[in-house]
Design a protein around this ligand. Sequence first.
Ligand code: PHE
Ligand code: ZN
Length: 863
Amino acid sequence: MLDALSASAQPRVVRRGDYAPPAWLVPDLALHFTLDPARTIVRATLKVERNGAHDLPLLLDGDGLELLALRVDGAAVDPVFAGEQLSIALAGDAHEIETEVALAPERNTQLMGLYASGGLLCTQCEAEGFRRITWFPDRPDILTRYRVRLEADKARYPILLSNGDPVASGDLAGGRHFAEWHDPFPKPSYLFALVAGDLVANRTGFVTRSGREVSLAIWVRAPDLAKTDHALHALETAMRWDEQVYGREYDLDVFNIVAVDDFNFGAMENKGLNIFNSRYILADPDTATDYDYDAVAAVVAHEYFHNWSGNRVTCRDWFQLSLKEGFTVLRDQQFSADQGSPAVKRIEDVRSLRAAQFPEDAGPLAHPVRPDEYQEISNFYTATIYNKGAEVIRMMHTMLGAERFRQGADLYFDRHDGTAATVEDFVRAMEDASGADLAQFRLWYSQAGTPRVQALLSHEPGDGRARLSLRQSVPPTPGQPVKQPMALPLRIKLFGAETAAPLAAEQLVELRDETAEIVFEGVSERPVLSINRGFSAPVIVDANRPAADLAFLSAHDDDPFARYEAIQQLMLDTLVLGVTQGRADHGAVIAAVRATLRDRALDAAFIAEAVLLPSESFIGDQMAMVDPEAIHRVREALRRDLAQSLAADWRAAYEGAHANRFEYSPAAKGARRLRTVSLGYVMASGAPDAPEIAFAQFEAADNMTDRQGALTALVNSDADCREAALDIFYHRYSDNALVLDKWFSTQALATRDGTLDRVIELAQHRDFTLANPNRARALVGAFSVNQRAFHTAGGGGYAFVADQLIALDKLNPQTAAKLVPALGRWRRFDAERAQAMRGALERILAVPGISRDMFEQVSKSLE
Ligand code: PHE
Ligand code: ZN
């Protein structure tokens, strides 16, 4: 019949204020798939019911569907389109709508809807992919019971999976077979999923605390089966943890996870059938680093936790996205903290917040945790929605305390189970359960921008009094020139400079006004300020503490996070001074690093985090005008000085952290982390035997952490053996896509000269392809965050990224649009660079047929 218009770059704006409840509900849906990679037929039967008194038509969303048939109550009707939607006028209060459409999964390069990946057929529906499978009101506040029948060639697709519980299966004529799945829980369309393929499972049983028996399975292709134990174990651990910590139990008879190689994101929480990017499932010591192991466990837990925070209680509309994502990220962070060192986990989480979210909040794409409008919702799966959203809920946890927070979470789940809720519902449940007043605190959801807090501590020794003056400000962001003061929970403590003892118990100060003064009595010694301990608020603190105080805290603070902060701030102050003044004294940093390295009471993982210098981009983030070359030079100089001044300490740390056999435990991971960091310093010292040490580690390693750690050290250097190491690595892993991604990204992230040319060359490599999102991110994404290389004078880095994004947009707009922010930071660079960056953005914008995803990101970046 007719082809629906495909979504194009018409700038539509969707506004939160325009929300209206759906005119029609869809309580039941039957889906029938005749699967085939070239041409799949989907028949859908929708039971629709009028929602309230009105005479509006039923509106169905569709994108790129070939409509073969449309029937209302059994009678064929001609389709009427209203924009991108199918509009069906209905006389009664309940009707049955049938549609039949055709799709071509193997030509679906966007990886939204039904697509082919490595011989499988699979789906991705969040946020608006279901409309690429069938005509449907594709919005999260329509909750529907699904019955699904899948038919496919049995030899090619022996396993047929969908949401819920399996109810029937059997053979059909012509070598085909079928499976039927019923999901008893009404769900929004974005949680629909199916998978067909030649898969094998790693299985185990799980008995919930009320005695329900659940069959757990992780499905992969046969050669990958041996790499699934870690993920399966993480799943069991996460299920138990959610029962114990949040009182949440699983609710179906089966829980299936499938790993696929081509995936736009990390993973997806489809009800009872999670679909994962294989990089967050597959792990064995030879191919996965400790970082990968941790990420697998965190993402498995994250998707599992969505069964309650996301699926049982879902989002009313996409402006509420952080309702499920912020809360679920917090839950996965708490889970990971409980599995290892909470302090190190907090350090890692804050580091990634500062690396990804702070720059977003300070740039042209800044948006509130609950946005007010969007053009393309895919662009709002951001660090602000996920990570700042998690920090906002964490602050509620801090202010309410664990017990009242849990009561609030229970009330939220009780009240809203089986419904599509809002951020407001969540905050109100927290208020109602705890009695707290969160009226002002709600500004965290509506105001964008990272708040800054100035803290000034003064001491009046005569009166034994100390005064802490606090002043907060929230910077202007696009569309929000003027801000109101936020409610900020700050954990604060004073230490005596002479005795190194706490002068009083820690206080939780809630700053609500623009300014506040806190008075401490009985302070006879000079006090040293420890503030925002544990990173209690996601803000930037300017406390202007002298190097001596930071060094003091780095040795004596009893909050490990604050200790880490102190040494990092000391490094940062030294580096920024070096860049702005041309020189800075390294003495205090060297002394603090020495003391940290020699402190026997500290664990290795913490030491490794603390002694690592802030990244070049983070140094750049502190400056109004970023000079990438100067930052690189000054940072390398401090690295070399640290390396040479503490040469013996680095060798001792390196050798002390040596393990003979791979083990995955917090202690062994910490040792490997310290080993890699120490190796970096041994290399930076320029000692003639350093490359040999690195190369020996590279060859002897029995795990990927040590191997990639050594490779990175070599690739950052000018050592002769660097090319040999790269070749060995390539040939050893040439059949493993996930490890080849590391081969690409290690080179794209290299801090040495010539990285731009190497990256341009790698884009021509026969293993490079933009069709696989992991590979595209491994080269183009990694390069765009390599501050020095991306900003190479002459603008070649910008031109390269623009070329890649233009090509990628034609295949996969979502993945392309995610890589725009690096180019959007032009305001922070000198005129020549800024102009070249704008030129690259303008060139992208001028491409005919640019996607809506790209259009939004690029046009906002130019404003
Ligand atoms: N909802 C997924 C998660 O965070 C992320 C996702 C979004 C995956 C969009 C695919 C597409 O857990
Ligand atoms: Zn999520």
